[in-house]
Design a protein around this ligand. Sequence first.
Ligand code: PLP
Length: 402
Amino acid sequence: MKEIYFDHSATTPVDPSVFETMLPYLRDRYGNPSSSYRLGKEARQAMENAREQVAALIGASPDEIIFTSGGTEANNLAILGTAYRHWGKGRHIITSAIEHRAVLEPCKFLKSQGFDVTFLPVDESGMVDSGEVGRAIRPDTILVSIMHANNEIGTIQPVEEIGKILRERGIVFHCDAVQAAGRIPVDVEKLGCDMLSISAHKLYGPKGVGCLYLRKGTEIVPLITGGGQEKDLRGGTENLPGIVGFGRAAELARQFLDRIPWELVLLRDRIIDGISERIPNSFLNGHRFRRLPGHASFSFAGVDGQALISMLDEKGISASSGSACHSDSPGPSHVLKAMGYSDQLAQSTLRVTLGRDNDDRQVDYLLTILPDIIEALRDISMAFAPEGECPCEDHPSRYHQE
Ligand SMILES: *Cc1c(COP(=O)(O)O)cnc(C)c1O
């Protein structure tokens, strides 16, 4: 059986047409966009064309796009850049407990520097309550950062409602849309956000490039200073091949989202229904309906998530347990913990994230082999389980199945 890739939330393959678009910029179009002769001007032209393509994906204007090295840098630029710009005005930041670590870590760093950070809780489906965002605002609040869609559980946050509240209160709103962009429509006007992060490699573009959308009039300071590139907000010679590839990927994503990606919704629901029917004591993680089209995540009581990933790998399937980052930092997922899971259940997770290249046959194969794998792993773990302890009773939610 050919390898099956079910981990599109970790990264996506580079689309062949993105690759073709990038190649000339790795060969003979090597000019520096800042040079004033023809080679440089052509490079500048290509970069500005990409900026338009990226802006069009999110309903922004091209001069509101700051290219960065990816989603992590965009999040850091938004959060640290706002904090350093406005620390004289206030030192309170609001975010949620289930953000990507590229948001949580800069917030924790600011906390160590004397800022006050509110980490809002979520409900058992991983949703932030927009009313709670409003109630957490204080006179010294300078920034709210809430993600659009969660990478681990796929839940889509009520970002439009949050944006509306923050608009009315005049609070700066940053949204990490790295998982949402290219998968569901993202529009900065509808969201009413002031800053928004995107990463190319999550939407069939190359790794190492992304952008921060910065609404006109929003003030931040740069984290990297140098030659004044990107309107003085991100110094350094631009990653032209990456930027050109990002632009093409954004253009393809926009075409893809011209219609609702029903194939992905149907495939996802086949996985969700198939697992729920075939495997007892399995729990869907995240919201049943307010979730990304290709995103399915389950916890299997009594199963070690890492062992499950290895067994699927042996069968030719690449999937993950929680998020890609967890392979380097073992321990229960902070997202599932925030949703009320026990440590044990939070480490028994399988995340299957689909992309444009997946099909029914691959989903059939997963549904055929998974029940036996889960049973085998449960046999092993039950042999070590303390007498009378049933791990499924750990589950916090109404999704509990008998
Ligand atoms: C992948 C991801 C990031 C980090 O983006 P990189 O380009 O890999 O640095 C940030 N936020 C979310 C939600 C992500 O899924």
